[in-house]
Ligand binder design. Structure first.
Ligand code: GLC
Length: 486
């Protein structure tokens, strides 16, 4: 009896520790390499692009609350309702469709600002977890083009289409954020029951027909997006809890203090979704976020930068302010910090998907434009060290990050401290050295050669006085090395 008890405690401890892998570590999953050559080619193009814009926009932007989450009953600080009654709150939330009228919506302006910042791809929320469609779906009226939404009469009402067209014509790769869970659809949250958490509020095993309706609903919407919106490059699927789960996993979740109070396998038929999508969009990159398996062409560390380079394609997604969706007077990261994030990510082989939440009127906060311009000023001088590069050891050493192009040209990017406005008189690295006949120059300082010396296994470059006195940019300075020692 005693040993039986011991054994069960041990099993419980093992199960609990297995399930407590923190969300931020999800990117450390096993990666399933893609084999479709068209997808591989697009992935390569995407990896060279490095820098993208994510936008979370919906009716929730009117309240300046966290996107969707406040209609989910889970007891998390960031999804608490401001009214005491859940039912009243949800009712008011769903009525937000009646006042959503973003009359200043001008995606060309967004595309222009993103382009100036040096961004090369866009990912736009076509539908977040609350189920409100930012595209003209035929499956529901809960959409920006729905009769209840005042904006539906606007000639640009099909927001997703307008965004994709504007960015595409500015040369961007196009990504559709799409939430697999849908908290408005009666086939996901059946109005017949209360909704205890983010999951379907009924037993899929008991009501397989209802779930099948949900699968069809989801597939129809994705199909619309893949058919009627021109060339699509990325299908960015969020809501990783909508996935198949083994019985063992379900037991583990039930035992843990995890969020899932109604864990069950939610098989949305990803093989069919991906097959159909790629029939319409050959080479489409699919990102089934946080779901280990073959439909996650790249991994998406959220709001975090991995310590070290990862051996598979990856992208950090991060809000420019503190929230994904618009919050009035939100605190935006500085240009300095954003540039450093971009450099850090790129030197580790990742992409940076930076989020701006448009306001209810269809405009970005002026601070967001200011940050995009600031990044753009730096990129104008230094983008050569960012695009089309791959990581090269030692990646980062003290204040210097390293990137390299396929032709061997390397870039040592010196990250200035806050307030450090004068470039240092020397930039050095250990354990890595230019080739004997390498030419060293500084980006933004013409073709002038920079003197350098081998020091031990490393090197030291002398930064010219002229560059120190009149640096071509702020926040980070780049030494271009034509060739590294073999
Ligand atoms: C988090 C948020 C979700 C958001 C996503 C973007 O998962 O919960 O609302 O869309 O991040 O990466």
């Amino acid at each position: 009896m005693k040993s039986h008890l011991k054994k069960s405690i041990l099993v419980l401890v093992v199960l609990l520790s297995a399930s407590s892998v923190s969300i931020s570590q999800e990117y450390l999953q096993k990666y399933y390499p893609e084999t479709d050559t068209l997808v591989l080619a697009k992935l390569h193009q995407w990896q060279d692009a490095k820098f993208g814009l994510l936008m979370h926009w919906g009716t929730y932007s009117q309240w300046g609350v966290v996107e969707s989450w406040s209609i989910c009953s889970e007891d998390e600080g960031w999804e608490r309702r401001r009214d005491s009654s859940y039912t009243d709150y949800k009712e008011k939330y769903e009525k937000l469709i009646k006042t959503f009228d973003p009359v200043k919506f001008d995606p060309n302006k967004w595309a222009e600002a993103a382009k100036v910042a040096g961004m090369k791809y866009v990912v736009f929320t076509t539908k977040h977890h609350d189920g409100f469609c930012m595209f003209d779906t035929k499956t529901t009226d809960y959409k920006i083009t729905g009769p209840e939404c005042p904006f539906h009469i606007d000639s640009h009402a099909n927001a997703a289409k307008e965004v994709f067209d504007a960015f595409r014509s500015d040369g961007f790769m196009i990504g559709a954020y799409f939430s697999k869970p849908d908290w408005h659809c009666p086939f996901y949250w059946w109005p017949n029951f209360a909704t205890p958490d983010r999951n379907p509020n009924y037993s899929i095993k008991r009501y397989p027909q209802r779930w099948q309706e949900y699968v069809t609903y989801t597939q129809t919407q994705i199909n619309e997006l893949m058919t009627n919106y021109g060339r699509m490059d990325i299908l960015w699927l969020d809501g990783g809890w909508v996935r198949t789960k083994t019985d063992q996993e379900i037991i583990r979740q039930k035992l843990s203090a995890d969020y899932a109070t109604f864990p069950q396998s939610q098989d949305i038929d990803m093989p069919a979704i991906v097959k159909n999508a790629r029939e319409k969009q050959p080479g489409l990159i699919v990102v089934d976020r946080a779901v280990t398996g073959p439909y996650q062409d790249y991994l998406t560390p959220e709001n975090t930068v991995p310590e070290k380079p990862l051996s598979y394609p990856w992208e950090t997604c991060m809000p420019m302010a503190t929230s994904w969706s618009y919050v009035p007077h939100d605190k935006y990261k500085s240009v300095h910090d954003l540039i450093h994030l971009l450099v850090d990510i790129v030197s580790k082989g990742g992409n940076f998907l930076l989020n701006v939440g448009p306001g209810p009127d269809g405009e970005f906060d002026p601070v967001a434009y200011d940050r995009l311009r600031g990044i753009g000023e730096w990129m104008k001088v230094n983008s050569e060290a960012i695009y089309n590069t791959h990581p090269v050891a030692p990646y980062k050493q003290g204040k210097v990050c390293l990137t390299q192009m396929d032709d061997g040209t390397a870039f040592a990017i010196y990250l200035a401290d806050k307030g450090e406005t004068v470039p240092p008189s020397k930039i050095w690295m250990d354990n890595i050295c230019p080739a004997k006949d390498a030419k060293l120059t500084l980006l933004g300082y013409g073709d002038t050669s920079v003197e350098w010396n081998k020091v031990g296994e490393g090197f030291e470059a002398d930064i010219p006085k002229g560059f120190q006195e009149r640096p071509p940019c702020e926040n980070a300075w780049v030494l271009r090395i034509s060739k590294l020692e073999k």
